[in-house]
Design a protein around this ligand. Structure first.
Ligand code: SF4
Ligand code: SF4
Length: 381
């Protein structure tokens, strides 16, 4: 039965009980862990401003637009004194064997992903995007969590966010102990690696904060070294303009020619810096069916996806985060991947099929896609 007793901030014992209750609700709602952060992000503000000043955010001007509202939560949502942080594991249930004691197994999910990346004619979509759009999943559950809290404490000022530009998500996650900021700039935990989404609830209730955890990257720099486009300039510094996730999802125009061959068969996002991370041997599968891999994205070939019309793109990506990039960027990304496949596969028949498929689309494609088709065909006899 719902506890209808109202909590009072003057009661010194109740806040911890309330936090325990909040954790229990969060687990029921499918979250993997929650924390509570205070709103002092002054240390992160300096790095954020310097990152923006160097232009590393590229076309993501919305990041700069909010100014210090990003690092001063009470400027974004008046009255905020705490932020409930939440993480949700997203590895699809079907992901093979995440048992860290059986790493040599061919079923190891990281090995399967590396294999997919090494097959030039196969399409690679970032793991987080193979199921339902996580924004929808996270947002509705954060809202429910806040409403449950409000039902107990009385009128509560709150606002929920997930993957939202005005929020310094990784900093808040780190502050509240969900993990530390890895050298690849993502939140990372010793218990579960980094394959999780983040969300936040800004509240005007002084809940007790949870402690940060220590960092455990040590002397490792595997993510920096593996990055195909050298987008991680050094520990904790990402030039988004070189990052394949940015290039295939956020960037609306042409992909810089010098980076195209480095993209390989990645058509939506990139997981390499997470795949190589030693802590991801502990990554957990989601217990929500929402993140199950959707059939059209279960091991598709580049040619199958290239054959989609705009109608089939819209139908096959309904409810998926992929739909947000639109058909033009989707085709642009596929043209780049097909160009890379043409440069790396041998059998002449495969070449012919791919070249014909690209040529067939050329006359009706937009100027942006046409230019990428031309690049794909250009150095192929
Ligand atoms: S997502 Fe890919 S391109 Fe971006 S930093 Fe990580 S490894 Fe590099
Ligand atoms: S790969 Fe190594 S350096 Fe990079 S985040 Fe993981 S532990 Fe840290």
């Amino acid at each position: 039965m719902e506890n209808t007793q109202k909590w009072s901030p003057t009661d010194l014992n109740a806040p911890h009980e309330l936090l325990a209750q909040l954790r229990a609700w969060a687990l029921e709602l499918g979250f993997s862990q929650i924390g509570v952060a205070d709103i002092d992000l002054s240390q992160a503000e300096t790095s954020m401003l310097s990152w923006l000043a160097q232009g590393f955010h590229g076309e993501m001007t919305y990041m700069a637009r909010h100014g210090t509202k990003r690092s001063r939560p009470a400027e974004l949502v008046a009255g905020t004194v705490r932020i409930i942080t939440a993480r949700m594991n997203y590895l699809p249930k079907s992901t093979s064997n995440t048992n860290p004691t059986n790493l040599s197994s061919k079923n190891d999910w990281q090995a399967i992903e590396w294999q997919r990346l090494s097959n030039p004619q196969q399409a690679t979509v970032s793991l987080y995007a193979r199921g339902r759009d996580y924004h929808k999943v996270m947002r509705s559950r954060l809202q429910k969590l806040a409403e449950k809290l409000s039902a107990v404490v009385g009128p509560l000022g709150f606002r929920v966010f997930t993957d939202s530009a005005p929020v310094l998500e990784v900093e808040l996650a780190a502050k509240s102990g969900l993990g530390w900021r890895g050298k690849h700039t993502l939140a990372l935990s010793r218990e579960v690696g980094s394959m999780f989404f983040l969300g936040e609830i800004y509240i005007n209730l002084p809940l007790p904060t949870t402690e940060p955890v220590s960092t455990h990257c040590g002397s490792c720099s595997a993510c920096i070294e593996i990055c195909p486009t050298r987008a991680i300039l050094g520990p904790h510094t990402l030039d988004a303009r070189r990052c394949i996730s940015y290039l295939t999802i956020e960037a609306s125009g042409p992909i810089p020619r010098e980076l195209r061959s480095l993209i390989g068969n990645r058509i939506y996002g990139c997981d390499d810096c997470q795949l190589i991370c030693p802590w991801n041997k502990y990554a957990q599968r989601s217990n929500l069916p929402d993140f199950d891999v959707r059939e059209p994205l279960n091991n598709p070939s580049l040619l199958t996806l290239w054959g989609w019309t705009e109608m089939s793109f819209l139908r096959n990506t309904e409810g998926s985060a992929i739909r947000r990039i639109g058909f033009e960027r989707w085709q642009r990304n596929l043209a780049v991947a097909l160009g890379n496949a043409l440069r790396s596969v041998q059998p002449a028949e495969d070449h012919l099929v791919m070249r014909n498929a690209l040529r067939q689309r050329h006359p009706t494609a937009s100027a942006l896609v046409r230019e990428h088709i031309e690049w794909a065909l250009e150095s192929v006899a």
